[in-house]
Design a protein around this ligand. Structure first.
Ligand SMILES: [Fe+2]
Length: 258
């Protein structure tokens, strides 16, 4: 399996606190059947994204792991005006494995009416956007039409493996199940921060998806799509976005953005 969202690099954010803990997380992932991990430190008002520091920490950890686990870097990119300014200088520094996919996280307390324009400005930088764990955002759960709008703009959806396992509450689990039924999920990832409460594990969620939605979908969401993002290729599994009744999203939107 391939994990595209993980806070494994030590002492950069609220993830691993030391190289030793990062190594423990890596061992946990290897044991779980994970072969590739994208280290995605936060870039938000609390944690500044320093690409050189990220690369140094990645190289240090990779040297300790040898070829047992392949590490790349990316960023857990918080959608803010400040970040939108910063990323312009070098979008690839923030992208998964310095290719084209970018993890984008929304604030829990407010989604600005200009969110679509912000997403579009990132797309104009050549980035393919992956909305991270929307199931954990109460605002997005309460406005499903907004997520559909972002999907129609060409964004993808990554959910957290633990969300499906009930670790973020019942309504979050239910939301993931509903989106899996609707085929609007493109990736599962760990969003691991440590070895205890937020572990680097995917296997248990994989088994749930394989059991209820089929082995092929599990392969797509835990292996094939994440590997394509890692390598900067088009996603092999990209079902058509079902057209849901959405009175606030007339078709003309497509013409504004494309
Ligand atoms: Fe994260």
């Amino acid at each position: 399996m391939v994990d595209i969202h993980c806070h494994i690099l030590p002492a950069l954010d609220d993830g691993a606190t030391s190289l030793e803990q990062a190594l423990e997380m890596a061992e946990m992932g290897i044991e779980d059947g994970i072969t590739h991990v994208v280290a995605t430190p936060h870039a938000n008002s609390e944690f500044r994204f320093d690409y050189d520091a990220v690369r140094n920490r990645r190289n240090e950890l990779q040297a300790r792991l040898g070829d047992r686990l392949l590490l790349a870097t990316g960023c857990d990119f918080h959608l803010s005006v400040e970040n939108l300014e910063k990323i312009r200088a070098c979008p690839a520094n923030y992208a998964i494995n310095q290719k084209r996919y970018l993890l984008v996280e929304f604030a829990d307390f407010a989604i600005p009416p200009t969110a679509e324009e912000a997403l579009h400005s990132l797309q104009l930088l050549g980035l393919s956007l992956i909305i991270t764990h929307p199931e954990r955002n109460r605002l997005i759960r309460s406005q499903p039409q907004r997520l559909r709008r972002w999907l129609r703009l060409g964004c993808y959806v990554q959910v957290t493996a633990q969300s499906l396992l009930g670790k973020w509450g019942k309504s979050t689990t239910k939301q993931v199940e509903e989106w899996l039924d609707q085929k609007i999920v493109h990736f599962f990832a760990s969003d691991a921060h440590n070895t205890a409460q937020r572990p680097l594990r995917l296997r248990e969620a994989y088994a749930v998806v394989a059991g209820r939605w089929g082995e092929s979908m599990a392969q797509s969401l835990f292996r094939e799509n994440p590997l394509a993002a890692f390598e900067g290729r088009d996603l092999p599994y990209e079902p058509e976005i079902p057209s849901a009744p959405d009175p606030r999203t007339p078709h003309r939107k497509r013409f504004i953005f494309f």
